[in-house]
Design a protein around this ligand. Sequence first.
Ligand code: AGP
Length: 614
Amino acid sequence: MCGIISYIGKREALPILLDGLYRLEYRGYDSAGVAVVNHDGNVGHIRTTGRVDELASLLAEHPIQGSFGIAHTRWATHGAPSVANAHPHADCKNSVFVAHNGIIENYAHLRAALEREGHKFASETDSEVLAHLIERALVLVGSAGTLDDAVSEALRHVQGTYGIAVVSSRHPEKLVVARRSSPLLLGIGDGEFFAASDSSALLRHTRRIVYLDDNELAVLTPKGYEVRNIRRKPVTKQVELLTGSPADIEKNGHDHFMEKEIHEAPEVLRNAIRGRVLHAEGTAKLSALDASVEKLSQINHIIFLSQGTSYYAGLVGKYMIEELAGIPAEVVYASEFRYAPPPLNEQTLVVAISQSGETADTLEAIREAKRHHVPTLAIVNVVGSSIAREAGMGIYNYAGPEIGVASTKAFISQLAVLSLVAVWFGRQRNLSVSRGREILEELQQLPHKAEKVLSMASRIHTLADGYASHEHFFFLGRKYNWPVALEGALKLKEISYAHAEGYASGEMKHGPIALITSGFPSVVLAPSDSVYEKSVSTIHELKARGGKVLAVATEGNTEIAKIADDVAHIPQTLEILSPILTVIPLQLFAYFIAKKRGCDIDKPRNLAKSVTVE
Ligand code: AGP
């Protein structure tokens, strides 16, 4: 995905656009650019490869005055990172400029047709066709036509997804934005207006926002804004207030957002639980579910849909739901569900898990589920995101903005919410009030217990330094901690670029153990749970072949230090909740190895925070 920020108002646009790009850089960071309409009506158009810093340096040498413009930071889909492929893209006359997030699926056909009409292309991207389509549409709408008329006409030809911002030197004081499946929201200031890919670019300027929905277009001028639908009819939109504060998008003394967000786990747990525990009844208070008790009482099959870390949270959720509520559950990659949905009926509940609420595969999978008339529930962190607004029911994480590309606090929050959902369904069925109370009481202890794990960060830092030179790792876990092993491997892979594989411990003997040689490192999750003895056997099997083992074990367990090379401890907790604690040492382990290796932890190569393209 990419990041778009645009501004129109009374202040100089450039500082606002640059600051917005820095806030959005986690969305994509292989190239960046701006187009600002300066006071004499020309457009200052500067682009560069690399990070926003590179762009800022260039603009310091070539400043552009002007009070409206657009800016973009890119995550390449079509065309390698280069200046020519960086956004904004221009038309043949260098007078229309477009920043785009999404994929134009029929761009090859459109480009061929435009080239036949004499349009000259300067890039390899799909996005550039938008600039030329608008250029052509301006001719069609004629001198009486407006920029927004031309944008609407151009978008009629587009198949695929877009969030776009458009300015033109021939249409002063007008900014046109539009969206289909790629997020775009308006910021309503005092005599100034913004449009951005997400709220992190707006929080410093305004809390008043308007979420655009699919196939909507907005025209912004210094005097106001208007939103229209695909038939060009004005649409009344609700102005909503952003929560959170600018501090949420600062590192607050940490070296990286990821480190800050790992240390937010206790607060994130409090926010996920707050107001959602009914102790007397031994159940959870979840308004989205409470409003659909009758429908949900018929559910006999649950399908979790998600990608990446959120998929691993779904694997934990499956175990929770099946243990507490006895409802068969499965976890399906959203990217697979879209093309091969399992049998569905009205007794199936589809649960989308997504931190960003904008993952294209998960969004499309939810839409596919709705086409099958299946009830849908979304567990989402970003308020007002597309998945949150399109699912039939929703539960927010309230974890605050997660800026680090590697998801950490969101995973912890997802597990806490999933445990509440499992208790809720369980108490609708055969879960006893005492068992419900036991789980909820322990859940409320976890913020404190997470603080205890985090207090050992320096010890894990020392441990991690001893593993930082290895290029291959296994992460192993059983039952509730098998998904945590998968998540631990992903964390290490995506920020340190070391190769890591997560396995169910029992699977080791069926092939992977062939890779164990002297010193081969494995991280084994071995808390004091129902499968602890089996986890100890796994450690023995690894040690017997010369492997090096870091075990995650329950504090007070002195035995495990006699067989593992290193041990990271967590406080005792219920097995069903143990992933919330066992994952924290793995997050820190990955973080410190990546730091030792000098990696770009918050913006790892090739990645983006939310994959809004398919
Ligand atoms: C996790 O560290 C990764 N950044 C990635 O796997 C992420 O979890 C996945 O893209 C899903 O994102 P979502 O939760 O925003 O849908």
